[in-house]
Design a protein around this ligand. Structure first.
Ligand code: GDP
Length: 194
């Protein structure tokens, strides 16, 4: 800590995607700063945070992008599209998000069925823009709200298996599996590129 001369061996970009309010910002806050805030403000614009960690005696800087702003951009582009061809602009912003990403977390809220049903669409967008070898993890967040569960673990497991994704259930609130989820993606990226 406090060693600003630390040598970085790798920088891995990982993007967080999924519907609004599933907990992407809080997962990132938990991972990067070990923080959680109940009334998190909506992320506006592109935001990323970094965390440096060791994998296999190498120093890896994880650069995690929170894509909450993108949803707003999409809505804006759709609205503006009523007047003119801003679809081009949206596609440019989208590609910039995914450019260089080596990993992705597809996040749904396990108490919101719809956020899980939308996973195939997010996956389609991801596969349309990202690198072919991108490491993808399906993440069912808010597992602390067990009594409100709307997505059975088996449904998610089945989807993950079919689509060849890693899968984990997390709670940003209780810090369950958050570290493990990020570490699994980063380790797998490392395994692929080293
Ligand atoms: P985002 O729009 O996907 O970035 O979602 P946020 O991170 O802003 O979270 C949306 C809401 O869900 C906020 O009120 C958070 O406090 C809450 N939230 C996020 N993660 C969890 C979690 O693991 N458990 C619970 N109970 N609430 C969470």
């Amino acid at each position: 800590y406090g060693d600003y001369n630390q040598k970085i061996d790798y920088v891995f970009k990982v993007v967080l995607i999924g519907d609004s309010a599933v907990g992407k910002t809080q997962l990132l806050a938990r991972f990067a700063r070990n923080e959680f805030s109940v009334d998190s403000k909506a992320t506006i614009g592109v935001e990323f945070q970094t965390k440096t960690l060791g994998i296999d005696n190498k120093t890896v800087k994880a650069q995690i992008w929170d894509t909450a702003g993108q949803e707003r951009c999409a809505i804006m582009a759709l609205q503006l599209n009523l007047w003119g061809g801003l679809g081009h602009w949206y596609r440019a912003v989208t590609s910039a998000y995914y450019r260089g990403a080596l990993g992705a977390m597809l996040v749904y809220d396990m108490t919101k069925r719809l956020s899980f049903d939308h996973m195939s669409r997010w996956l389609e967008e991801l596969r349309g823009h990202a690198d072919k070898n991108i490491v993808i993890m399906l993440v069912g967040n808010k597992c602390d709200l067990g009594s409100l569960r709307a997505v059975p673990t088996e449904d998610a497991q089945e989807f993950a298996q079919r689509e060849n994704l890693f899968f984990m259930e997390t709670s940003a609130l209780e810090a369950t599996n958050v570290e493990t989820a990020f570490f699994t993606i980063l380790t797998e990226i490392y395994r692929i590129i080293s």
